[in-house]
Design a binder for this molecule. Structure first.
Ligand code: ZN
Length: 186
């Protein structure tokens, strides 16, 4: 459960820690603002994508379904700095498909929490495998990490790409490369 008073106290202490005057005009209300913002940034905590992925439609079509360029923003759990980019999802239905907006909602549930890109990718794939139960899922995420661009090796605009494979995608290389082609071309 998110505790706004703890976040406020922590932000005040943090500002003092970096040598700031937490009482000066521009910073006076920062702890409250950050605490309020956290409600949105961490809205996925304690949530599951199950309710979204339960809304399905039946289909005879067993062909590849691809949802590309799902924009997301998340926070890296190692530095609490933003990472953001696009998630791409491909799956082979087994009698039912999910509402297209529900795939974006699934991404939001797992992005809005302290996260690492590798786990974000896996959690989306796993939620789809467990609830939607398709024949297979492939999730690809392309993201830029502020903790790479702004600090450390300062590799501006370098992209991190992760993939997660479930079901029939796991050992079918032809299927993987076919899906990758439609996921990664503009
Ligand atoms: Zn980081």
């Amino acid at each position: 459960m998110l505790d706004e008073s703890k976040i406020q106290a922590a932000v005040r202490l943090f500002l003092e820690g970096i040598g700031e005057d937490a009482q000066r005009e521009g910073l006076r209300e920062t702890p409250e603002r950050v605490a309020r913002m956290c409600r949105e940034l961490f809205a996925g905590m304690g949530q599951s994508a199950e309710p979204h992925l339960r809304k399905t439609f039946s289909t005879e079509n067993s062909g590849l379904v691809v949802e590309k360029n799902i924009r997301f923003y998340s926070l890296c759990e190692h530095h609490l700095m933003p990472f953001w980019g696009h998630a791409h999802i491909a799956y082979l239905p087994d009698g039912k498909v999910a509402g297209l907006s529900k795939l974006a909602r699934t991404v939001e549930v797992y992005a809005r929490r302290p996260q690492i890109q590798e786990n974000l990718c896996w959690q989306i794939m796993n939620a789809m495998m467990e609830t939607l139960r398709p024949r297979g899922v492939m999730v690809v995420i392309e993201a830029e990490h502020m903790c790479m661009s702004m600090r450390g090796i300062k590799k501006d605009s370098s992209k991190t790409i992760t993939t997660a494979l479930g079901g029939c995608f796991e050992d079918d290389y032809a299927l993987q490369s076919m899906a990758l082609k439609s996921l990664l071309t503009e």
